[in-house]
Design a protein around this ligand. Structure first.
Ligand code: NAD
Length: 314
Protein backbone atom coordinates (compact mmCIF):
# COMPACT_ATOMS: atom_id res chain seq x y z
CA UNK A 1 0.00 0.00 0.00
CA UNK A 2 2.14 2.86 -1.29
CA UNK A 3 -0.36 5.35 -2.66
CA UNK A 4 -3.71 5.92 -1.01
CA UNK A 5 -6.50 8.48 -1.22
CA UNK A 6 -8.75 9.37 1.71
CA UNK A 7 -12.03 11.00 0.67
CA UNK A 8 -13.37 13.11 3.51
CA UNK A 9 -9.81 13.27 4.84
CA UNK A 10 -10.28 16.73 6.34
CA UNK A 11 -13.19 15.48 8.44
CA UNK A 12 -13.19 14.04 11.94
CA UNK A 13 -12.55 10.34 11.23
CA UNK A 14 -10.80 10.97 7.90
CA UNK A 15 -8.13 13.19 9.47
CA UNK A 16 -7.56 10.55 12.17
CA UNK A 17 -7.18 7.95 9.43
CA UNK A 18 -4.68 10.13 7.55
CA UNK A 19 -2.52 10.33 10.70
CA UNK A 20 -2.79 6.58 11.24
CA UNK A 21 -1.81 5.85 7.63
CA UNK A 22 1.27 8.07 7.88
CA UNK A 23 2.19 6.44 11.20
CA UNK A 24 1.78 3.06 9.49
CA UNK A 25 4.43 4.04 6.96
CA UNK A 26 2.28 4.75 3.91
CA UNK A 27 4.46 6.85 1.62
CA UNK A 28 1.90 8.80 -0.36
CA UNK A 29 -1.37 9.94 1.18
CA UNK A 30 -3.74 12.16 -0.79
CA UNK A 31 -6.89 13.75 0.62
CA UNK A 32 -10.04 14.68 -1.30
CA UNK A 33 -12.37 16.98 0.60
CA UNK A 34 -14.62 19.88 -0.39
CA UNK A 35 -14.50 21.22 3.20
CA UNK A 36 -18.28 21.08 3.60
CA UNK A 37 -17.92 19.97 7.22
CA UNK A 38 -14.20 19.17 7.23
CA UNK A 39 -11.44 21.67 7.98
CA UNK A 40 -7.87 21.96 6.74
CA UNK A 41 -6.85 22.70 10.38
CA UNK A 42 -7.68 19.07 11.15
CA UNK A 43 -4.60 18.21 9.11
CA UNK A 44 -2.27 20.97 10.30
CA UNK A 45 0.61 18.88 11.71
CA UNK A 46 0.62 16.54 8.71
CA UNK A 47 -0.16 19.07 6.00
CA UNK A 48 3.35 19.04 4.49
CA UNK A 49 3.34 15.22 4.29
CA UNK A 50 0.13 14.86 2.27
CA UNK A 51 -1.37 15.99 -1.02
CA UNK A 52 -4.61 17.91 -0.51
CA UNK A 53 -7.31 18.25 -3.17
CA UNK A 54 -10.17 20.60 -2.53
CA UNK A 55 -12.54 18.63 -4.77
CA UNK A 56 -16.03 17.21 -4.80
CA UNK A 57 -16.50 13.44 -4.86
CA UNK A 58 -19.34 13.92 -7.36
CA UNK A 59 -16.85 15.17 -9.98
CA UNK A 60 -16.01 11.98 -11.91
CA UNK A 61 -13.25 13.49 -14.07
CA UNK A 62 -11.49 14.96 -11.05
CA UNK A 63 -11.76 11.70 -9.08
CA UNK A 64 -10.54 9.65 -12.05
CA UNK A 65 -7.43 11.85 -12.30
CA UNK A 66 -6.69 11.92 -8.57
CA UNK A 67 -7.14 8.13 -8.27
CA UNK A 68 -4.66 7.35 -11.07
CA UNK A 69 -1.90 5.06 -9.72
CA UNK A 70 -3.63 4.65 -6.33
CA UNK A 71 -3.62 1.30 -4.51
CA UNK A 72 -6.43 1.96 -2.04
CA UNK A 73 -9.18 4.56 -1.80
CA UNK A 74 -10.63 5.05 1.68
CA UNK A 75 -14.07 6.48 1.01
CA UNK A 76 -15.25 8.49 4.01
CA UNK A 77 -16.63 11.66 2.41
CA UNK A 78 -20.32 12.04 3.17
CA UNK A 79 -22.98 14.22 4.71
CA UNK A 80 -23.04 12.11 7.85
CA UNK A 81 -26.16 12.96 9.80
CA UNK A 82 -29.50 11.23 10.43
CA UNK A 83 -31.43 14.42 11.36
CA UNK A 84 -29.90 16.41 8.51
CA UNK A 85 -30.96 13.73 6.01
CA UNK A 86 -34.54 14.07 7.27
CA UNK A 87 -34.62 17.88 7.31
CA UNK A 88 -32.81 18.30 4.00
CA UNK A 89 -32.76 14.96 2.15
CA UNK A 90 -31.67 16.13 -1.32
CA UNK A 91 -28.04 17.08 -0.62
CA UNK A 92 -27.42 14.06 1.56
CA UNK A 93 -28.88 11.77 -1.13
CA UNK A 94 -26.74 13.43 -3.77
CA UNK A 95 -23.46 13.22 -1.86
CA UNK A 96 -24.00 9.90 -0.10
CA UNK A 97 -25.44 7.95 -3.04
CA UNK A 98 -24.36 9.73 -6.23
CA UNK A 99 -21.03 10.72 -4.70
CA UNK A 100 -20.34 7.17 -3.58
CA UNK A 101 -21.28 5.84 -7.02
CA UNK A 102 -18.89 8.34 -8.60
CA UNK A 103 -16.04 7.32 -6.27
CA UNK A 104 -16.59 3.64 -7.08
CA UNK A 105 -16.87 4.24 -10.79
CA UNK A 106 -13.78 6.49 -10.95
CA UNK A 107 -11.83 4.01 -8.79
CA UNK A 108 -12.81 1.17 -11.11
CA UNK A 109 -11.85 3.21 -14.22
CA UNK A 110 -8.51 4.18 -12.66
CA UNK A 111 -7.80 0.51 -11.79
CA UNK A 112 -7.60 1.17 -8.07
CA UNK A 113 -7.06 -2.15 -6.31
CA UNK A 114 -9.39 -1.70 -3.33
CA UNK A 115 -11.98 0.70 -1.94
CA UNK A 116 -12.59 0.62 1.82
CA UNK A 117 -15.93 2.24 2.59
CA UNK A 118 -17.20 3.95 5.73
CA UNK A 119 -20.60 2.31 6.10
CA UNK A 120 -22.89 2.91 9.06
CA UNK A 121 -24.44 0.86 11.83
CA UNK A 122 -27.59 2.93 11.27
CA UNK A 123 -28.28 0.57 8.34
CA UNK A 124 -29.50 -2.06 10.85
CA UNK A 125 -32.33 0.10 12.19
CA UNK A 126 -34.02 -1.19 15.34
CA UNK A 127 -33.27 -4.88 15.73
CA UNK A 128 -35.06 -7.22 18.15
CA UNK A 129 -31.76 -8.77 19.11
CA UNK A 130 -28.50 -7.23 20.33
CA UNK A 131 -25.65 -7.21 19.50
CA UNK A 132 -26.17 -6.55 15.81
CA UNK A 133 -24.63 -9.13 13.50
CA UNK A 134 -23.71 -8.64 9.86
CA UNK A 135 -26.11 -11.44 8.81
CA UNK A 136 -29.16 -9.51 10.08
CA UNK A 137 -31.47 -8.04 7.46
CA UNK A 138 -30.86 -4.26 7.38
CA UNK A 139 -33.87 -2.05 8.09
CA UNK A 140 -32.83 1.59 7.68
CA UNK A 141 -35.01 4.13 9.52
CA UNK A 142 -33.74 7.33 7.89
CA UNK A 143 -32.60 8.58 4.48
CA UNK A 144 -29.02 8.68 5.82
CA UNK A 145 -29.14 5.03 6.92
CA UNK A 146 -30.55 3.98 3.57
CA UNK A 147 -27.96 6.03 1.66
CA UNK A 148 -25.08 4.46 3.55
CA UNK A 149 -26.55 1.00 2.92
CA UNK A 150 -26.94 1.77 -0.79
CA UNK A 151 -23.21 2.55 -0.83
CA UNK A 152 -22.49 -0.93 0.53
CA UNK A 153 -24.66 -2.55 -2.11
CA UNK A 154 -23.13 -0.47 -4.89
CA UNK A 155 -19.65 -1.41 -3.69
CA UNK A 156 -20.45 -5.11 -3.64
CA UNK A 157 -21.82 -4.81 -7.20
CA UNK A 158 -18.65 -3.04 -8.35
CA UNK A 159 -16.80 -5.98 -6.85
CA UNK A 160 -18.91 -8.67 -8.52
CA UNK A 161 -19.40 -6.95 -11.90
CA UNK A 162 -16.19 -4.96 -12.34
CA UNK A 163 -13.65 -6.77 -10.15
CA UNK A 164 -13.02 -3.79 -7.87
CA UNK A 165 -11.99 -5.04 -4.43
CA UNK A 166 -14.43 -3.56 -1.92
CA UNK A 167 -14.69 -3.83 1.86
CA UNK A 168 -17.35 -2.03 3.91
CA UNK A 169 -17.02 -1.26 7.61
CA UNK A 170 -20.13 -0.29 9.52
CA UNK A 171 -18.94 2.34 11.97
CA UNK A 172 -20.75 2.51 15.33
CA UNK A 173 -20.84 5.99 16.98
CA UNK A 174 -17.27 7.07 16.59
CA UNK A 175 -15.89 9.73 18.94
CA UNK A 176 -12.59 11.37 19.80
CA UNK A 177 -10.44 14.41 19.02
CA UNK A 178 -11.50 16.72 16.17
CA UNK A 179 -15.17 15.76 16.11
CA UNK A 180 -16.82 19.09 15.37
CA UNK A 181 -19.27 20.15 18.12
CA UNK A 182 -20.39 23.33 16.37
CA UNK A 183 -23.63 22.24 14.72
CA UNK A 184 -26.98 20.90 15.86
CA UNK A 185 -26.15 17.83 13.74
CA UNK A 186 -22.89 17.14 15.59
CA UNK A 187 -22.19 13.77 17.20
CA UNK A 188 -23.59 13.51 20.71
CA UNK A 189 -20.25 13.02 22.46
CA UNK A 190 -18.74 16.15 20.90
CA UNK A 191 -21.76 18.11 22.16
CA UNK A 192 -21.40 16.54 25.63
CA UNK A 193 -17.70 17.53 25.73
CA UNK A 194 -18.49 21.14 24.81
CA UNK A 195 -21.30 21.36 27.39
CA UNK A 196 -19.10 19.86 30.10
CA UNK A 197 -16.27 22.32 29.48
CA UNK A 198 -18.69 25.27 29.34
CA UNK A 199 -20.53 23.91 32.41
CA UNK A 200 -23.84 23.87 30.54
CA UNK A 201 -26.60 21.25 30.59
CA UNK A 202 -26.69 19.14 27.40
CA UNK A 203 -30.00 18.48 25.67
CA UNK A 204 -30.67 14.76 25.46
CA UNK A 205 -33.31 13.81 22.91
CA UNK A 206 -35.57 11.17 24.48
CA UNK A 207 -35.15 9.68 27.95
CA UNK A 208 -31.38 9.20 27.69
CA UNK A 209 -31.72 5.44 28.03
CA UNK A 210 -30.97 4.91 24.33
CA UNK A 211 -27.66 3.10 24.06
CA UNK A 212 -24.74 3.23 21.67
CA UNK A 213 -21.56 1.29 20.98
CA UNK A 214 -19.24 4.29 21.38
CA UNK A 215 -15.96 3.60 19.57
CA UNK A 216 -12.77 5.62 19.84
CA UNK A 217 -11.54 7.08 16.57
CA UNK A 218 -8.06 5.51 16.77
CA UNK A 219 -9.59 2.03 17.08
CA UNK A 220 -11.67 2.71 13.97
CA UNK A 221 -8.66 4.02 12.03
CA UNK A 222 -6.64 0.89 12.94
CA UNK A 223 -9.45 -1.36 11.76
CA UNK A 224 -9.86 0.56 8.51
CA UNK A 225 -6.17 0.03 7.74
CA UNK A 226 -6.48 -3.67 8.56
CA UNK A 227 -9.41 -3.87 6.14
CA UNK A 228 -7.21 -2.41 3.40
CA UNK A 229 -4.57 -5.09 3.92
CA UNK A 230 -6.61 -8.22 4.71
CA UNK A 231 -6.76 -11.01 2.16
CA UNK A 232 -9.89 -12.90 1.10
CA UNK A 233 -12.30 -10.29 2.44
CA UNK A 234 -13.30 -8.59 -0.82
CA UNK A 235 -17.00 -7.85 -1.12
CA UNK A 236 -17.58 -8.27 2.62
CA UNK A 237 -19.23 -6.06 5.24
CA UNK A 238 -17.91 -5.86 8.83
CA UNK A 239 -19.05 -4.19 12.00
CA UNK A 240 -16.54 -1.62 13.24
CA UNK A 241 -17.59 -1.18 16.87
CA UNK A 242 -16.23 -1.96 20.30
CA UNK A 243 -18.80 -4.59 21.22
CA UNK A 244 -20.19 -2.68 24.21
CA UNK A 245 -23.10 -0.33 24.68
CA UNK A 246 -23.65 2.58 27.03
CA UNK A 247 -26.68 4.79 27.53
CA UNK A 248 -26.42 8.55 27.03
CA UNK A 249 -27.37 9.01 30.70
CA UNK A 250 -24.45 6.79 31.73
CA UNK A 251 -21.96 8.62 29.51
CA UNK A 252 -23.06 12.03 30.81
CA UNK A 253 -22.75 10.77 34.40
CA UNK A 254 -19.24 9.43 33.68
CA UNK A 255 -18.17 12.75 32.22
CA UNK A 256 -19.54 14.66 35.22
CA UNK A 257 -17.66 12.30 37.54
CA UNK A 258 -14.38 12.91 35.67
CA UNK A 259 -14.84 16.67 36.08
CA UNK A 260 -16.37 16.49 39.57
CA UNK A 261 -19.47 18.48 38.61
CA UNK A 262 -23.22 17.98 38.91
CA UNK A 263 -25.11 19.30 35.88
CA UNK A 264 -28.44 17.55 35.26
CA UNK A 265 -29.20 17.27 31.52
CA UNK A 266 -32.25 18.77 29.84
CA UNK A 267 -34.45 16.26 28.04
CA UNK A 268 -36.07 17.01 24.66
CA UNK A 269 -38.42 15.02 22.44
CA UNK A 270 -36.98 11.85 20.84
CA UNK A 271 -35.50 12.45 17.39
CA UNK A 272 -37.10 11.00 14.29
CA UNK A 273 -34.99 8.34 12.59
CA UNK A 274 -32.89 7.62 15.70
CA UNK A 275 -32.25 4.00 16.51
CA UNK A 276 -33.01 3.03 20.12
CA UNK A 277 -30.09 0.70 20.87
CA UNK A 278 -26.88 -0.07 19.09
CA UNK A 279 -24.17 -2.60 19.84
CA UNK A 280 -21.81 -4.36 17.47
CA UNK A 281 -21.13 -8.05 17.30
CA UNK A 282 -17.41 -7.80 16.58
CA UNK A 283 -16.67 -11.51 16.15
CA UNK A 284 -16.35 -11.40 12.37
CA UNK A 285 -14.11 -8.32 12.35
CA UNK A 286 -11.91 -9.91 15.03
CA UNK A 287 -11.68 -13.21 13.15
CA UNK A 288 -11.22 -11.98 9.58
CA UNK A 289 -9.61 -8.55 9.99
CA UNK A 290 -7.78 -8.92 13.31
CA UNK A 291 -9.86 -6.17 14.96
CA UNK A 292 -8.30 -5.38 18.33
CA UNK A 293 -9.77 -2.28 20.01
CA UNK A 294 -7.36 -0.70 22.50
CA UNK A 295 -9.45 2.08 24.01
CA UNK A 296 -12.04 1.16 26.67
CA UNK A 297 -14.67 3.82 27.27
CA UNK A 298 -13.15 5.41 30.40
CA UNK A 299 -9.73 5.85 28.80
CA UNK A 300 -11.23 7.11 25.53
CA UNK A 301 -13.51 9.62 27.30
CA UNK A 302 -10.55 11.06 29.23
CA UNK A 303 -8.36 11.35 26.13
CA UNK A 304 -11.16 13.03 24.24
CA UNK A 305 -11.99 15.44 27.04
CA UNK A 306 -8.31 16.42 27.35
CA UNK A 307 -8.22 17.24 23.66
CA UNK A 308 -11.40 19.37 23.80
CA UNK A 309 -10.09 21.24 26.83
CA UNK A 310 -6.91 22.13 24.95
CA UNK A 311 -8.65 23.00 21.69
CA UNK A 312 -11.45 25.05 23.28
CA UNK A 313 -9.02 27.07 25.42
CA UNK A 314 -6.59 27.54 22.47
N1 NAD B 1 -19.02 9.70 13.15
C1 NAD B 1 -19.67 8.54 13.27
O1 NAD B 1 -20.02 8.13 14.37
C2 NAD B 1 -19.98 7.72 12.04
C3 NAD B 1 -20.77 6.57 12.21
C4 NAD B 1 -21.08 5.81 11.09
C5 NAD B 1 -20.55 6.14 9.85
N2 NAD B 1 -19.78 7.27 9.72
C6 NAD B 1 -19.25 7.60 8.39
O2 NAD B 1 -17.87 7.96 8.52
C7 NAD B 1 -17.54 8.93 7.53
C8 NAD B 1 -16.82 10.11 8.18
O3 NAD B 1 -17.70 10.73 9.11
P1 NAD B 1 -17.23 11.86 10.12
O4 NAD B 1 -17.94 11.65 11.38
O5 NAD B 1 -15.75 11.95 10.12
O6 NAD B 1 -17.87 13.15 9.47
P2 NAD B 1 -17.24 14.52 8.95
O7 NAD B 1 -18.39 15.40 8.57
O8 NAD B 1 -16.26 15.05 9.92
O9 NAD B 1 -16.46 14.04 7.64
C9 NAD B 1 -17.06 13.97 6.36
C10 NAD B 1 -16.12 14.68 5.39
O10 NAD B 1 -16.64 14.57 4.07
C11 NAD B 1 -16.44 15.83 3.43
N3 NAD B 1 -17.40 15.94 2.33
C12 NAD B 1 -18.76 16.07 2.42
N4 NAD B 1 -19.29 16.14 1.18
C13 NAD B 1 -18.26 16.05 0.30
C14 NAD B 1 -18.18 16.07 -1.13
N5 NAD B 1 -19.29 16.19 -1.88
N6 NAD B 1 -16.97 15.97 -1.71
C15 NAD B 1 -15.84 15.86 -0.95
N7 NAD B 1 -15.86 15.84 0.40
C16 NAD B 1 -17.06 15.93 1.03
C17 NAD B 1 -16.65 16.85 4.53
O11 NAD B 1 -16.11 18.12 4.23
C18 NAD B 1 -15.96 16.17 5.70
O12 NAD B 1 -14.59 16.51 5.78
C19 NAD B 1 -18.83 9.27 6.83
O13 NAD B 1 -18.91 8.53 5.64
C20 NAD B 1 -19.92 8.81 7.78
O14 NAD B 1 -21.11 8.47 7.11
C21 NAD B 1 -19.50 8.07 10.79
Amino acid sequence: MNRVVVTGGAGFIGSGLVRALLADGVKHVAVVDNLLSGKEENLTEVRDRIEFHNADIRDHAAMRKIFEGTDVVFHLAAIPSVPRSIQDPLPSHDVNINGTFTVLSAASDAKVRRVVYAASSSAYGDTLVLPKVETMLPKPKSPYALQKLAGEYYGSVFHSCFGLEFVALRFFNVFGPRQDPSSAYSGVLSLFMKCLIERKAPVIFGDGEQSRDFTYVDDVASLVIKAAKAKGVEGNVYNAGNGNRYTLNFIWSQLQAIEGVDIPPTFGPPREGDVRDSQADTALAIKELGHDPKFPIDKALKLTLDWYKKSISA
